[in-house]
Design a protein around this ligand. Structure first.
Ligand SMILES: CC(C)=CCC/C(C)=C/CC/C(C)=C/CC/C(C)=C/CC/C(C)=C/CC/C(C)=C/CC/C(C)=C/COP(=O)(O)OP(=O)(O)O
Ligand SMILES: O=P(O)(O)OC[C@@H](O)CO
Ligand SMILES: [Mg+2]
Length: 222
């Protein structure tokens, strides 16, 4: 689903958004919406946000971070797998448990693996997934492992909450030849969006939506 997307907004079910702001985001020229977050994700808040987004024609995917909050009716589902974790449960352990219990409900055409490298040690996702700090000189090795050995469909470079390093992203771009590269974190302006779009195939814009939807709309690049 993300393969044709240059720009995506990520909406957090645990955060409040007015109808007017949501309409502006969903009617914008963004390529898709992802619904997802790290904490306080419930069936109720996912269902509620999906129903509100479904009033618009934009494609909408769910990033599954809790098996308690999986709601049918999305265009696509992403299952995160954190490659720089210190506990394999965050790469495939929880996924395997979930598949053993719910695998019979899955339509694999609607589901994609979303492999992450979480670069910001201060963010919630890093703490939740018991991340291992990635030194810049290790970045090409992570990318080669994921892109050439695992041949993952996507590589999501996650700086959630902070703007990332262009030098790191340049290394990502130079080493990724198969995987679709996604960049997310701290984008608040068109200039930042353009800069990170040079090094990635898709940029994801999240938190700024909740600070200023007007600023968020300015990150859309075509
Ligand atoms: C209809 C249908 C599809 C039915 C399927 C039934 C079913 C339940 C199938 C199970 C599928 C499955 C295999 C699920 C696995 C679920 C699971 C527990 C995966 C692990 C998730 C994981 C690795 C979480 C770690 C954290 C992470 C990578 C989060 C990603 C999102 C993210 C980075 C958000 C940004 O954080 P945010 O909350 O915005 O932070 P701030 O508040 O600071 O901004
Ligand atoms: O919220 P921000 O910092 O924009 O990051 C977007 C996204 O990558 C979060 O998973
Ligand atoms: Mg967020």
């Amino acid at each position: 689903m993300l393969k044709d997307c240059k720009h995506v907004f990520k909406l957090d079910p645990a955060k409040e958004i007015s109808d007017a702001d949501l309409a502006a985001i969903c009617e914008s020229e963004t390529d898709a919406i992802i619904i997802g977050g790290t904490d306080n994700i419930t069936e109720d808040n996912v269902l509620n946000l999906m129903a509100r987004v479904r009033r618009f024609s934009v494609s909408v995917a769910l990033e599954i971070t809790s098996t308690e909050a999986v709601v049918p009716g999305f265009d696509h589902y992403f299952i995160p797998a954190v490659f720089n974790t210190t506990d394999m449960k965050w790469q495939h352990g929880l996924m395997l448990e979930a598949l053993a219990e719910y695998g019979h409900l899955l339509d694999y055409d609607e589901v994609s693996l979303l492999p992450y490298i979480i670069m910001n040690p201060e963010c919630k996702a890093f703490r939740k997934a018991e991340g291992k700090v990635v030194a810049p000189e290790m970045v090409p090795h992570y990318i080669n492992m994921m892109d050439k050995l695992y041949q993952t469909p996507y590589i999501y470079i996650e700086y959630s909450g902070t703007y990332g390093s262009p030098e790191v992203m340049q290394m990502v771009r130079e080493n990724a030849s198969h995987s679709h590269v996604i960049y997310g974190g701290g984008i608040t302006s068109k200039e930042e969006a353009r800069e990170m779009a040079q090094y990635s195939d898709t940029i994801v814009v999240g938190n700024i939506i909740y600070d200023s939807s007007k600023k968020a709309l300015r990150t859309i690049i075509k």
